[in-house]
Design a protein around this ligand. Structure first.
Ligand SMILES: Nc1ncnc2c1ncn2[C@@H]1O[C@H](COP(=O)(O)OP(=O)(O)OP(=O)(O)O)[C@@H](O)[C@H]1O
Ligand SMILES: Nc1nc2c(ncn2[C@@H]2O[C@H](COP(=O)(O)O)[C@@H](O)[C@H]2O)c(=O)[nH]1
Length: 198
């Protein structure tokens, strides 16, 4: 069996990455989500080891020094990182793994694993993006401003990605991602073993 897909999803805060990923994972049980570590405090409803591995700065920096991360970045005032453990093993065993990470992290992964599938989620408009962050009700006013200001810079990085997905309607965005996954699996380079057996 060939490698699974390493699917990397990024986009500005509030665009709906988490929501779209949840729908995608619900519909496609064979895709495994990489759970990140973060020094951010849990939001109401978030569960340790499910939403994130919540940790403190000291522990996170220890993990950096021990080279335990596939990638990590300092985002909106906190550390976030993808634990190396499992991700590449799963991909090598043929399993598809999904990473929902920021742009700095995605660029690190691309450098290290260019065979990944890099998807950027776009909002219909910047006004709608702001509305979504505000309505989610999880951030302070200052944090919303910081995330929104960063969003303009982040969107410029869309050109570093393989695909841009408009998240106008959740179901449509999920369908678009499913189509990308299907097409990626049909690439000739991923069909070599099947072709050899014909
Ligand atoms: N297509 C959509 N239409 C309307 N609202 C949406 C859509 N997608 C997501 N939302 C809403 O937008 C808000 C932000 O979504 P979500 O938390 O998934 O964003 P995110 O990109 O993961 O943000 P962050 O990077 O800050 O974690 C949520 O309240 C969610 O319900
Ligand atoms: N580089 C990484 N970025 C990550 C990772 N896990 C999440 N994120 C990104 O951080 C921001 C903020 O997330 P939030 O949960 O505080 O709203 C968002 O862009 C996430 O995609 C990671 O492991 N590495």
């Amino acid at each position: 069996m060939g490698n699974g897909l390493l699917i990397v999803i990024s986009g500005p805060s509030g665009v709906g990455k988490g929501t779209v990923c949840r729908y995608l994972l619900d519909k496609n049980k064979e895709i495994s989500l990489s759970v990140s570590s973060t020094t951010r405090a849990p939001r109401i409803g978030e569960i340790d080891k499910v939403s994130y591995f919540f940790t403190d700065k000291e522990q996170f920096e220890k993990m950096i020094n021990n080279e335990e991360f596939l990638e990590y970045a300092y985002v909106h005032g906190n550390y976030y990182g993808t634990p190396k453990k499992n991700v590449l093993e799963k991909v090598e065993k043929g399993q598809d793994v999904l990473l929902e990470i920021d742009i700095q992290g995605a660029l690190q992964v691309k450098e290290f694993y260019p065979d990944g599938v890099f998807i950027f989620i776009l909002p219909p408009t910047m006004e709608e993006l702001k509305k979504r962050i505000v309505n989610r009700g999880t951030e302070t006013e200052a944090a919303i401003e910081e995330r929104f200001k960063t969003a303009y810079k982040e969107i410029e990085y869309v050109f570093k990605y393989d695909y841009a997905i408009l998240n106008d309607e959740i179901e449509l965005a999920v369908k678009r991602i499913e189509s990308i996954i299907e097409a990626e699996k049909c690439k000739v380079k991923r069909q070599i073993e099947i072709i050899k057996d014909i």
